[in-house]
Ligand binder design. Structure first.
Ligand code: DSN
Length: 429
């Protein structure tokens, strides 16, 4: 397909080729990124892209749906089987859109949501004041009790939940390296009649692999995720839910307890319309790949690589947010050094390693120049780096940090990174 572009649009073709070279010769350690398989990429560029399919399988607003219906139903069935949900909506356009759909249907304007503080690892889409959602709903924030271990302050959550009666209690974050006690979240949500919702975007693939806990096992009702992170799918999202029609005499849409139906209606026609059927077909392929036994090995290796990375940085005298990791990421706390997140991210860019600067809890620095660096192992584990290579990578990173203004050292490191990158090719290329 890409070769067709060469003749039609040489400028874009050259940019695609340049990006292929960047990905082939560099390393991806951004915690939220990954490499899609050629099969996933091929599905995305397939002819389902030509189709309008508002509605759900069997209930559409355009004709010609015999293949889209089967394909979307397959994606739904694969998602529910993999994650143990009663229902999956596969149409939300992104993680932010999925969160909006859930908020929009479960809440009325002014309702309260209890979510994680941004600097403690939360996410902007969980109601930061700069977002539109932040203007509509009342977001309240909890944090860690002990930032040296990552212990969540459940006493604070319980006290806030009883005082402010949130409609949703939201678990999970984008820069928190520890496993969560989902049962405690669900218990508090149950006490105050709130929906227990998890944003599993970062760790969905690790849940699918069976190496991290599944919030549905702890009575969560709604989960959303992006599909391009540890799941290795296309850039898209899923909303999964539990809940059935409690009164069979009522139509599903009239039954307030029926969270799945309400979520389907929030996605269409509530918030967004045209599902991108080509991307949904790519999700189906990614879910099929994630259901294979090799995906469990991938999940185990992702965690092992992150653990090794944490140990190596600690042994070199670095401080880590929460002191280590239980998942696929670490967050370096550089607040007691001469460095900051921007300096080290740029130094790593110079040597062909991509990472992302990050705030740390109660960061003394502003968000555009935060004190942390978030590093994740899902992408390079897809390229099958093992602990030995991770140790070398940490050594390169440390050397780059200490020599961030030394062009000669950075140039030498870039060559080392390129050589190892070529030995561990990306499955996308
Ligand atoms: N952009 C993602 C991340 O980097 O964590 C969150 O959606």
């Amino acid at each position: 397909m890409v070769s067709d572009i060469q003749w039609v649009d040489p400028q874009i073709f050259e940019l695609i080729k340049a990006e292929e070279r960047r990905q082939a010769t560099g390393m991806e350690f951004i915690a939220s990124e990954n490499y899609q398989s050629k099969a996933v990429l091929a599905a995305q560029s397939g002819v389902f892209a030509n189709k309008y399919s508002e509605g759900t399988p069997g209930r559409r607003y355009y004709g010609g749906q015999e293949n889209t219906d089967l394909m979307e139903q397959l994606a739904i069935d694969r998602a529910t089987a993999l994650f143990g949900s009663d229902h999956a909506n596969v149409q939300a356009l992104s993680g932010a859109a999925a969160n909006v759909c859930i908020y929009a249907w479960l809440l009325e304007p002014g309702d309260t949501i209890l979510g994680m503080d941004l600097t403690h690892g939360g996410h902007l889409t969980h109601g930061h004041p700069v977002t539109f959602m932040g203007k509509i709903f009342n977001f309240m924030r909890y944090g860690m009790k002990d930032i040296s271990t990552g212990e969540i302050d459940f006493a604070q959550i319980r006290q806030m939940a009883h005082e402010h009666k949130p409609k949703i209690i939201l678990a999970w974050f984008s820069a928190y390296p520890r496993e969560l006690d989902y049962a405690k979240f669900a218990e508090i949500a149950n006490e105050v009649g709130a929906v227990a919702m998890a944003d599993m975007s970062h760790i969905w693939g690790l849940i699918a692999a069976g190496v991290l806990a599944n919030p549905f096992d702890a009575w969560f009702q709604v989960m959303m995720t992006t599909t391009h992170k540890s799941l290795r799918g296309p850039r898209w999202s899923l909303i999964l839910s539990k809940g059935t029609v409690s009164n069979p005499l009522k139509k599903p849409e009239d039954t307030s307890e029926n969270i799945p139906t309400r979520i389907d209606r929030a996605v269409f026609p509530g918030v967004q319309w045209w599902p991108h059927m080509n991307t949904i077909s790519a999700i189906a392929v990614a879910l099929h790949e994630a259901a294979q036994p090799a995906f469990r090995t991938y999940g185990e290796q992702t965690l092992a690589n992150a653990g090794t990375m944490a140990e190596e940085f600690l042994s070199r005298g670095y401080k880590l947010v929460t002191g280590g990791t239980d998942n696929h990421m670490i967050v370096l706390d550089l607040s007691e050094t001469e460095l900051d997140g921007t300096i080290v991210e740029q130094a790593l860019d110079e040597i062909g390693i991509s990472t992302s600067k990050s705030t740390i809890p109660d960061d003394p620095n502003p968000p555009y120049r935060p004190s942390g660096l978030r590093i994740g192992t899902p992408a390079m584990t897809t390229r099958w780096l093992q602990q030995d290579q991770i140790k070398t990578v940490v050594w390169w990173m440390d050397t780059a940090f200490q020599n961030h203004d030394n062009a000669t050292v950075l140039e030498w490191l870039k060559k080392e990174v390129e050589q190892m990158s070529r030995e561990f090719p990306s499955p996308s290329l």
